[in-house]
Design a protein around this ligand. Structure first.
Ligand SMILES: Nc1ncnc2c1ncn2[C@@H]1O[C@H](COP(=O)(O)OP(=O)(O)OP(=O)(O)O)[C@@H](O)[C@H]1O
Ligand SMILES: [Mg+2]
Length: 256
């Protein structure tokens, strides 16, 4: 039984979705909650890498669809840091491409969404690929998403592209909890002065102007981001992400 499915998406790539998913997963886990992470990014499945795991053995083939009712085995998620994780990266090697056309990609997502023996989870966090393509659509069709969180950087393009994803979520009646503003500021290593990393998106063109709630602002963290594995990996400001986790729990509580 899965309590809540929370999808993390963005219009633009590279804004920090996977980092936020891992950090949020850890924060929810630290609250004693049972957490699953579904890496729904078929072309850049980064979650395993961020948790310090990679597959080196190339796969000869990948099953994208199994006939239902034929006793098709459900795949077990991989337990990492007390979280149950599933990713295409467990099925193919790090250097191998998943070069399948749209319909095949949708089938693969379907398998990742419905063919996994998650067991009992409080939260299943879904790391979406950027944009509104086949994989994102397949996730929205296959899972009952309780809430979505979008990630943006302060850049104009990040906001413009994410508006499209928000429009898609609205069409599909996916509830949007709010947005994470990532890589807002950076602190100078020489003088500790904190300054904006990007020129701010023009007034009136941001998702905040559209009424999306800003859940948290995360600084660019040179020390703790970008590394690999549990220690050097994704751990933005612990307190900020814990606030985000608390907010998620509060808003998704029954009657919240
Ligand atoms: N707040 C931050 N401070 C420093 N580095 C960050 C921060 N957020 C993300 N990064 C780094 O930026 C890069 C992109 O982040 P990430 O992979 O999480 O983005 P993404 O939105 O999932 O990308 P994609 O669209 O390719 O899946 C990573 O190297 C990550 O470590
Ligand atoms: Mg990613």
């Amino acid at each position: 039984v899965i309590g809540q499915v929370v999808a993390v998406g963005s219009g633009k790539g590279g804004v920090g979705k996977s980092s936020v998913v891992v950090a949020l997963g850890r924060a929810l886990r630290a609250r004693g909650l049972r957490v699953g992470i579904l890496d729904a990014d078929l072309y850049g499945p980064d979650i395993p890498l961020m948790l310090g795991v990679t597959r080196t053995v190339p796969a000869g083939h990948v099953t994208v669809w199994q006939a239902p009712g034929l006793g098709a085995p459900r795949s077990e998620p991989v337990e990492l840091e007390g979280m149950r994780v599933m990713s295409l990266q467990f099925l193919i090697a790090e250097g191998q491409a998943f070069a399948a056309a749209g319909p095949m990609a949708s089938l693969m997502i379907g398998r990742l969404c419905t063919g996994i023996a998650w067991g009992d989870l409080d939260y299943l966090l879904v790391d979406l690929p950027p944009g509104t393509g086949d994989a994102t659509q397949a996730v929205v069709q296959s899972l009952s998403i309780g809430a979505a969180v979008v990630v943006v950087t302060p850049q104009d393009v990040a906001h413009l592209d994410t508006r499209k994803l928000l429009d898609y979520f609205a069409q599909r009646e996916v509830r949007v909890l709010g947005g994470v503003e990532n890589m807002c500021t950076v602190t100078c290593p020489c003088c500790d002065h904190e300054f904006p990393l990007f020129p701010p998106a023009p007034q009136g063109r941001t998702i905040w102007d559209d009424g999306v709630a800003r859940l948290v602002r995360l600084p660019f963290d040179r020390a703790r981001f970008g590394g690999r594995g549990p220690a050097g990996g994704v751990a933005p400001d612990g307190a900020l992400v814990d606030d985000l986790a608390a907010r998620l729990v509060a808003e998704l509580a029954p009657g919240g």
